[in-house]
Design a protein around this ligand. Sequence first.
Ligand code: COA
Ligand code: MG
Length: 291
Amino acid sequence: MRSLLFVPGDSEKKLEKGFQSGADVVIVDLEDSVAPANKAAARAVTAGFIAARRKETAAKLYIRVNDLSTGLTDDDLAAVVGVAPDGIMLPKANSSMDATHLSAKLRVHEAQQGLTDGATKIIAIMTETAIGALAAPTWRDANPRLEGLTWGAEDLSASIGARATRDDRGRYTDVFRFARTMTILAASTSEVAAIDTVFVNFRDTDGLRTECDEAERDGFTGKMAIHPAQVPIINEAFTPSAEAVARSQAVVEAFRSAGNPGVVGIEGKMYDRPHLRLAERLLMRAKAAGI
Ligand code: COA
Ligand code: MG
């Protein structure tokens, strides 16, 4: 899951484009990109499009439902679980309890639709409310359906009353850096994918590339997109380079051929267990990316 492209669920045209975008995951949105008056129509378009056209894309399909406080989640799930999406994205999660709550709902819908119990995974957006950002440690005991954690800046700024999310130089301010950091740590404690938030200036490709590189450096393994043009940039940034793969293979091989010791020397540099773990993680990501 390197790139996860949002597509508004009420637009067949965008769904069609999203399916052909090369994104690893298409997140069909029933939440913030759909106007309140259009929710019912969006459910019908989403379910109909996926049922009819699913074979046309290699992407995993997630559907972002409306959050648990809206009273809309049950109707969203009733409309879409039957088309067997790979997962549901849960926005504005206040803690891992919300994922447990969603999981219970999914279980009922799966049973009603004749789907395997647990087939529908969850990615949660864990920092869109102040309480959510502060509840990061709860994700340690997350539901087995949880496949990834991501964060959001726009809703958090509305929740706390911050006038901006970034400073004059374009850097996220402290609250948002905190939210970003908590997401990396929470994903690590629950051993799920850490997914960076969207970059909203969709014409600024240099800005996106920089943000992808920083995210990859800091431990994120993928990033959400809002425009198809962002997908190739994200895929490239989160695909380990040939050199990185070769270096990691050399580290793994050095430990293996030395009988799996605590520490080895490679070309005059010390490598111990954390280096081995990093190398193994990178090779897993390379394998997932098909290289
Ligand atoms: N998924 C699929 N197709 C998309 C797309 C997306 N996220 N964003 C744009 N496109 C399509 C457009 O429909 C357009 O198609 P066309 O050439 O057939 O007309 C083409 O890509 C080029 O789009 P462009 O003109 O550059 O942008 P726009 O002004 O049409 O759209 C947005 C800009 C922001 C409205 C659009 O990118 C969008 O809807 N993004 C997703 C928003 C979202 O889901 N937000 C919720 C999560 S934060
Ligand atoms: Mg939102």
